[in-house]
Ligand binder design. Structure first.
Ligand code: HEM
Length: 152
């Protein structure tokens, strides 16, 4: 697949991840505060968030290979000393994969929990940590050297 198309999809999909993340976090926070049952709506919000994150990771991995970032490992000293190279070959990938793992663990634990309060609480904590990590690893336009546009 053409990697400009992949990059465009990856850039747009970031907004779906952020919106679904905020939605899932809001749902679990309201569920906890208002002592709501864990309804199919709460489940749907979490599913949309998880699905968008997984899809973004798969597209990211394809992009990583297609754009040759893995080759930066051949010269580790140069890569780690250069902000742009280090961000794209190491920080973005590891930060985002870690965020996806945290979100997935939260989803699994929340599903397994029996008490509804615990279901909401676990989702709230893990999803919030995961989303904050995602926010920190996005190449926002204001970030020196690595900044990219908000839309492709
Ligand atoms: C929720 C997870 C992720 C989000 C929100 C995200 C977001 C972004 C954004 C906004 C860009 C800039 C797009 C542009 O230039 O217009 C980008 C680029 C990129 N991302 Fe991600 N990303 C995520 C996960 C990943 C993962 C897991 C990988 C790799 C395994 C990855 C690899 C890349 C690569 C290779 C680029 C392009 C760098 C280049 O120009 O060559 N991303 N990502």
């Amino acid at each position: 697949m053409d990697n400009t198309l992949l990059l465009t999809v990856h850039s747009v999909l970031r907004w779906a991840v952020l919106l679904f993340g905020l939605y899932a976090i809001t749902k679990s926070a309201r569920g906890l505060l208002h002592k709501q049952d864990f309804t199919p709506n709460h489940n749907m919000a979490a599913t949309l968030f998880i699905a968008s994150v997984h899809l973004q990771v798969v597209i990211g991995l394809l992009l990583y290979v297609a754009r040759g970032w893995a080759s930066s490992f051949a010269n580790m000293a140069e890569t780690m000393g250069n902000t742009t190279l280090r961000f794209w070959s190491v920080e973005h990938v590891f930060g985002m994969v870690l965020a996806a793992v945290i979100i997935q663990i939260g989803r699994t634990k929340s599903k397994k929990a029996v008490e509804t309060t615990r279901k909401h609480k676990i989702a709230l904590i893990y999803f919030t940590i995961g989303l904050l990590l995602i926010l920190a690893m996005i190449p926002w336009p204001f970030r020196a050297d690595i900044g990219r546009s908000l839309w492709p």
